[in-house]
Design a binder for this molecule. Structure first.
Ligand code: OGA
Ligand code: NI
Length: 378
């Protein structure tokens, strides 16, 4: 736990960073992990080697081989009788409290669309490097083709490349920053975004009801129609030394809620449960849902964002689509008044998502230190 001293300066630091503007350029030349993967046959560059304590640890995780995050059938929410509906709500409530993570099936999104979106992105990552380089991103907005998070010079990097784009607000949606290849990809990515915005809206209602708030509470707290929605497509190339590195370092998602479409062939996502890392076994055509830091704040920590990370392997690449449903970026996010009680005072001070996100954008993934540093002085 951070000392109460550290909470106030956090807001001040964020404001100072905003005034000084976001960083414009990467601190050193970008190396595509996909290119490294082609040339590194039995070693990896030192920059990707994690300290011992952060490396994948097969000794503790193998004890929990059959553990998995809950799988929840959403069918009853749409078509069920009141009893099965209530039971579904309860399963989600328990999953949010117990895990911060769950998988949903029968969610209403077409399986063909899911497969098409993932495979179209896979094709994008297999285009020639010159094509992808046209979309090279900068730390100013992160939109486009990227290979690192954070701008700290000399940082230890993750074994992955990614593509980042905005769906909402419409003012940020810019087809010029979306891939134009493979052909028809924009239509697929657009439809995928529309469907995930819809599904997220439904889940926000479920979470609000489970928190004993009005069903539109979370949506309204996020800015109503003006929410943010963006996609980060992760590409994890084969790695000759998977025991020494990570595809994505431990982090909690900074936004509201994440809907992840994992690779259908290759596992890799691990979720922290107490002191263990549980490898998620995806159900077929499921979305993996997780609570982000902003819902932790709004729920006054009744729900917590949970740390997760990605491991890589030596013989298979992996693709995943992380869709982030976020609050409007310039409204203050603070614990819901209804969830602040004499015996449960507000745990966090208000901060906009713009301010909050700057931390991650500057420092890269680092566990839950960002949301922890938001704690109110008490
Ligand atoms: C993320 C993330 C997990 C995965 O992009 O924030 O946690 O399996 N991805 O790629
Ligand atoms: Ni994540």
């Amino acid at each position: 736990m951070k000392s109460t001293f550290e909470s106030k300066p956090t807001t001040q630091v964020a404001k100072t960073m905003i005034n000084n503007n976001s960083p414009q350029e990467w601190p050193e030349p970008i190396v595509r992990v996909q290119s490294l993967s082609k040339i590194c046959k039995d070693s990896i560059p030192e920059r990707y080697i994690k300290p011992l304590s952060d490396r994948p640890n097969p000794i503790t995780s193998c004890d929990h081989d059959d553990a998995n995050i809950p799988i929840i059938d959403l069918g009853a929410l749409l078509y069920g009788d009141p009893y099965t509906r209530a039971s579904t709500l309860k399963q989600i409530s328990e999953a949010c409290k117990e895990w911060g993570f769950f998988q949903v099936v029968n969610h209403g999104v077409s399986h063909e669309l899911m497969d098409m979106a993932r495979e179209t992105w896979r094709q994008f990552f297999h285009l020639p490097m010159e094509v992808k380089q046209q979309y090279a991103n900068s730390p100013k907005t992160y939109e486009g083709y990227g290979s690192r998070l954070g701008v700290e010079k000399g940082a230890i990097l993750d074994w992955s490349d990614y593509y980042y784009l905005h769906y909402l607000p419409l003012s940020l949606k810019d087809y010029g920053k979306w891939p134009a290849m493979p052909p028809s990809c924009r239509e697929v990515f657009d439809e995928y975004g529309r469907e995930l915005v819809k599904l997220s809206g439904k889940l926000m209602k479920v979470l609000s009801i489970n928190l004993e708030l009005e069903e539109d509470f979370l949506q309204n707290a996020f800015g109503g129609e003006d929410i943010g929605a963006c996609l980060r497509v992760n590409f994890y190339p084969k790695c000759p030394k998977p025991d020494l590195t990570l595809g994505l370092s431990s982090h909690s998602d900074p936004g509201g809620m994440t809907l992840l479409l994992p690779d259908d062939q290759v596992t890799g996502l691990q979720v922290r449960k107490s002191n263990n890392w549980i490898t998620v076994k995806p159900a077929r055509h499921a979305f993996i849902v997780n609570i982000g830091d902003q819902i932790q704040v709004l729920s006054n920590a009744i729900y917590k964002s949970v740390e997760h990370r990605v491991i890589v392997n030596s013989d298979k690449e992996r693709v995943s689509l992380a869709f982030f449903y976020n609050p409007k970026s310039d409204i203050p996010i603070e614990p819901a008044k209804e969830l602040v009680k004499p015996d449960r005072p507000a745990l966090y001070t208000a901060m906009t998502f713009d301010e909050y996100r700057l931390f991650i954008r500057l420092r890269g993934p680092c566990g839950k230190s960002h949301v922890e540093s938001l704690k109110s002085p008490r």
